[in-house]
Design a protein around this ligand. Structure first.
Ligand code: F0G
Length: 457
């Protein structure tokens, strides 16, 4: 069998600047050791996020020239609406400027104070939009997801028993919907199987509760189904996607991921009454219903992006590139979460730098070291992100201290990836020298990770 290869060649390039270790030491200090505070030109390889950082194709760029910028009824809107229907099967569609905006609009129509929204490790903004409405997000992810070395093929799955317990505990009118995130970002980009989706859907129907998808990485989820789930090897990605969505009532989408665009999002759903309610909020928060915060040209590019991201050859090169990084790190002995996620590799800082005390933010220390040594920017998913307990104001120590290396789509070559792996090998080989980490000298009362200032111990 022949190896996979990218189903595209490069037509335009963007210069990225290499820098010296001395320069980076100075810059990161000036940035108060917060990677969010670094100017992008001071970063060589940027793995902060896979959101909005992908490369568009020539066909998408062609759409940028023929975008219809009419306020109402633009042809770009019609193009996107048709594609969303074709790919997802959902009847109603509302564009929004990004994923959290779709959450804001849909949840304004559906979530009220005191509600319970079960799901599989809700993403931060999803949880934020639930809690902002004084409702509660209940995590029903399977227990296997919390063990970084458990090789379960679908660690994004919902534990159906946990879900049923929630359904039995609260009255139906307190549970506006279940939200199933595919792939599950907070569980490490882990997929949800068709079997699990069907079981969740069946239980939801039994209790009369709608099922919505947080579908930011739905194509990547379908790729894992094709590769790992029995009975799906011969189905096309588009067939799998259609089947998965057929078990739900609707979806919110951050198009910055599997939409292959730099900005955009949408809601798609079947319930006309919910659509009508959401329409009001879309007009209030986003814009008229035929653009909802997006340019016509961006809607055209998204229509093409949805088609491209649901092609097997693209997905194979994308997900195998992420795995390429994972495999190299495993080969070097670097501790990473397994199985590898669809969009990112997660370094296990508890195993990588156990010599740095937890209250000195070891995952943050590792992320800073990766920048200093190689000019590579990842993101801490550990104690800094977990923030303080709102009542005791003490640091919350999550079970896992991770550094996420998110891979943008179609952006970096495997040479870049090999460079990242080699840099990490270097750091890992001298890990015993790491003895101390950082203290926080200034932080915001919530969401401190974006703006916190650190100082080196
Ligand atoms: N849902 C999931 C699963 C996400 O990963 C994100 C964003 C959103 C919703 C919100 O979408 O950014 O378009 O408003 N995730 C990015 C990340 C920020 O880096 O993982 P958005």
């Amino acid at each position: 069998e022949l190896p996979y290869s990218e189903p595209y060649k490069i037509k335009m390039v963007e210069t990225i600047k290499r820098s010296t270790k001395e320069e980076r030491l100075k810059w990161i200090k000036q940035a108060n050791y917060n990677l969010f505070n670094l100017a992008s030109e001071k970063v060589f390889i940027d793995l902060l996020t896979d959101s909005g950082t992908g490369a568009m194709s020539d066909k998408q760029w062609a759409e940028m020239m023929i975008g219809d910028e009419s306020y109402a009824g633009s042809s770009s809107f019609k193009k996107l609406k048709k594609t969303v229907k074709k790919i997802t099967g959902f009847n109603y569609f509302l564009p929004t400027h990004q994923g959290r905006a779709a959450e804001n609009v849909l949840f304004s129509a559906m979530v009220k104070e005191g509600d319970i929204v079960p799901g599989n490790s809700h993403f931060d903004t999803t949880k934020g939009h639930i809690e902002f409405r004084k409702a509660t997000a209940v995590d029903c992810t399977i227990d296997e997801a919390f063990d970084t070395s458990n090789m379960h093929p679908f660690k994004g799955n919902i534990d159906v028993h946990k879900l049923e317990t929630v359904f039995k505990k609260y009255p139906k009118d307190k549970i506006p919907f279940v939200i199933l995130t595919i792939t599950c970002n907070s569980a490490g980009g882990q997929p949800v199987s068709v079997e699990n989706t069907k079981a969740v859907s069946k239980l939801c129907k039994q209790y009369g509760i709608p099922l919505y998808f947080d579908a930011a990485r739905f194509s990547e989820n379908a790729y894992f189904i094709k590769k790992r789930e029995e009975g799906y090897a011969d189905k096309t990605i588009k067939e799998i996607v259609k089947e998965v969505f057929s078990y739900g009532d609707g979806m919110t989408m951050s198009a910055k991921k599997d939409g292959l665009v730099n900005m955009g999002g949408f809601i798609a759903l079947n319930n006309k009454a919910v659509y009508k309610q959401a329409t009001v909020f879309n007009i209030m928060f986003e814009g008229f219903i035929t653009y909802g915060g997006m340019n016509g040209r961006d809607m055209g590019a998204l229509a093409v992006g949805l088609d491209e991201s649901t092609e097997f050859n693209y997905l194979e090169s994308r997900i195998e590139q992420v795995a390429f990084l994972g495999k190299k790190l495993v080969e070097y002995g670097v501790p990473v979460q397994q199985p590898f996620g669809g969009h990112a590799i997660f370094l296990d800082a508890n195993k990588f730098v156990p010599s740095i005390p937890r209250d000195e933010y070891r995952a943050q220390a590792l992320a800073i070291e990766l920048y200093i040594v190689g000019g590579i920017r990842g993101v801490e998913i550990g104690t800094v992100l977990a923030d303080r307990d709102p009542f005791t104001r003490k640091n919350r120590y999550p079970e896992l201290e991770l550094v996420r290396l998110a891979i943008p789509r179609r952006t970096y070559t495997n040479n870049h990836i090999a460079y990242v792996a080699a840099t990490l090998k270097n750091i890992y080989d001298s890990r015993d020298e790491a003895k101390s980490g950082y203290v926080i000298v200034d932080e915001a009362p919530i969401m401190r990770h974006f703006t916190a200032k650190f100082s080196k111990i």
